[in-house]
Design a protein around this ligand. Structure first.
Ligand SMILES: Cc1cc2nc3c(=O)[nH]c(=O)nc-3n(C[C@H](O)[C@H](O)[C@H](O)COP(=O)(O)O)c2cc1C
Length: 253
């Protein structure tokens, strides 16, 4: 059983004596923010779209228009080994449409290796300023070489060189290893275009579910999950027909 906050405080002081735990108890555990007004709720009938791709696009546009959301496309990507050991890190969402959600990375990185042996992922975005989060889960496919090259060619030259410099997720002796190679490649490519390294690729998550979460001050947060109809188990009376092959339902917060 989880002790109440006051009891927890005594519990921590009595049993857990590291500074870190005390700090967590006296500050982090007490953090509370207000979310939305009770009247501003997400209802099945007033969703701005019943196609989750369109709804994502509407939410993303809203986040992008705000000055207090600096990187609306920053998303936490979770992958796992075939045996189920998970890992998560942030990536930048670079494209989305009805076919899926695309990010770019080094295929030899930890996430790249995990996606190779277990091509499924979960991607979670949190827009603090909007009290909103979106969770996307599904199978992952590499996009075509031509599409990856097309995007790579639009990147600033420094980022293109960076992709050559970094053998992502490998151990290196020091920062100098990177800066020396970077300087060498800057020189080498001074007057010529930088080719895309073959290990640098785009990946697309083909969503099976997309959840829209909106925080409420009374903690009765809204959670609307869209699921591809072909995967959806029958949930009579609680699932609703969405558009374009999706159904949706509400989850308890
Ligand atoms: C906001 C943010 C955005 C990032 N975007 C990317 C990205 O688009 N692609 C990428 O490979 N790494 C990106 N990174 C770095 C990754 O989080 C991570 O350090 C790196 O990809 C290695 O992860 P891995 O060892 O689990 O494969 C980003 C980090 C942050 C904090």
């Amino acid at each position: 059983m989880i002790p109440a906050i006051n009891n927890l405080s005594k519990f921590c002081v009595r049993h857990l004596s590291t500074g870190l735990i005390r700090m967590a108890d006296s500050s982090i555990a007490q953090l509370r923010v207000s979310y939305r007004d009770k009247s501003d709720v997400l209802l099945e009938d007033n969703l701005e779209s019943k196609n989750p791709h369109q709804l994502f696009s509407i939410w993303f546009k809203k986040a992008s228009e705000r000055d207090d959301v600096r990187q609306p496309n920053a998303a936490c990507l979770a992958t796992a080994t075939k045996s189920g050991i998970p890992s998560a890190r942030f990536v930048l969402l670079k494209a989305f449409d009805e076919s899926g959600f695309t990010f770019f990375t080094n295929s030899e990185s930890r996430k790249g290796r995990e996606l190779e042996e277990n091509p499924v992922a979960a991607l979670t975005i949190y827009w603090d300023a909007l009290d909103r989060s979106v969770r996307i889960e599904g199978a992952v496919e590499k996009i075509s070489e031509a599409e990856s090259t097309e995007y790579f060619d639009t990147r600033p030259k420094s980022s293109q060189i960076g992709a050559h410099v970094s053998r992502q997720s490998t151990v290196i002796a020091s920062r100098e290893v990177l800066s020396e190679l970077n300087a060498k490649l800057e020189n080498e490519y001074m007057d010529k275009p930088v080719p895309r390294p073959l290990y640098w690729n785009g990946y697309k998550i083909i969503p099976r579910t997309i959840e829209f979460w909106q925080g409420q001050s009374d903690r009765l947060h809204d959670r609307i999950v869209f699921e591809r109809a072909e995967y959806s188990r029958e949930k009579p009376n609680v699932y609703h027909l969405g558009e374009n092959g999706w159904v949706f339902y509400r989850l308890s917060p």
